[in-house]
Design a binder for this molecule. Structure first.
Ligand code: PRP
Length: 210
């Protein structure tokens, strides 16, 4: 496993450099995407380790309750949430419910359109809510979601896997990794609909972005 740091019990700061794709052992996924991906920023092993740390933080953050409703932001948050929620149920005292909210602002571009479209599924009134999101970039999406959900939930907290450190005005309770300002994909995150199924967080080649 490529280690970023040894301690995954708190937010991990990821340095700019990652693993060069060409020097990696050879899974099929890299053969397919070698010309589109620049490097691996966070390996599967690091993701797994940090998610266990996050689950502990979330358990402590919801110390007074025994049940939470996890509201997953589609589509990007799906893979992270699936792993996190399973760890929460396996390793914490918290019982979990699962809900989704659909939210989109990037379309097929690498920059935010500025307008966030939202479609919520179930009612969360009076529930202890954990909003689960893959990334906070400009913060526009998260801010809109928080404003919308905070009033409905009883005890409302937010967890994001990746934070680029741009959106200083957006409050996040649990952060997996602080990453550099590069365009990332994989593990649920896409560029123009691609790369969501990659097992790691990867950097997309700059020349591909529009
Ligand atoms: C991406 C990502 C976050 C949001 C973050 O979603 O999944 O929800 O952008 O960007 P922001 O902080 O600048 O608002 P996208 O709109 O691409 O939808 P998707 O999750 O369906 O890919």
């Amino acid at each position: 496993m490529h280690k970023i740091v040894d301690d995954f019990s708190k937010t991990v700061v990821v340095p700019e450099q990652g693993i060069r794709l060409a020097s990696e052992p050879e899974p099929k996924v890299r053969e397919k995407y070698i010309n589109e991906l620049d490097r691996v920023l966070i390996t599967k092993g690091c993701l797994d380790a940090r998610i266990k740390g996050l689950a502990k933080e979330i358990e402590q953050g919801f110390a007074d309750v025994d049940e939470i409703t996890c509201v997953v932001v589609l589509k990007g948050g799906m893979f992270f949430a699936a792993d996190l929620i399973r760890v929460l149920d396996e390793r914490s005292k918290l019982r979990t419910r699962l809900d989704f909210i659909r939210c989109s602002s990037y379309g097929d571009r690498s920059y935010s359109s500025g307008s966030v479209q939202m479609y919520q599924l179930d009612a969360i009134d009076g529930k202890n809510v954990l909003l689960i999101e893959d990334i906070v970039d400009t913060g526009g999406t998260l801010k809109t979601l928080q404003n919308y959900l905070r009033e409905k939930g009883k005890n409302f907290k937010t967890c994001v896997l990746l934070d680029k450190g741009i959106a200083s005005s957006v409050k996040v309770d649990f952060i997996g990794f602080r990453i550099p300002r590069v365009f990332v994909g994989g593990y649920g995150l896409d560029y123009a609909g691609m790369y969501r199924g990659l097992p790691e967080i990867v950097v997309i080649k700059k020349e591909l972005l529009k």
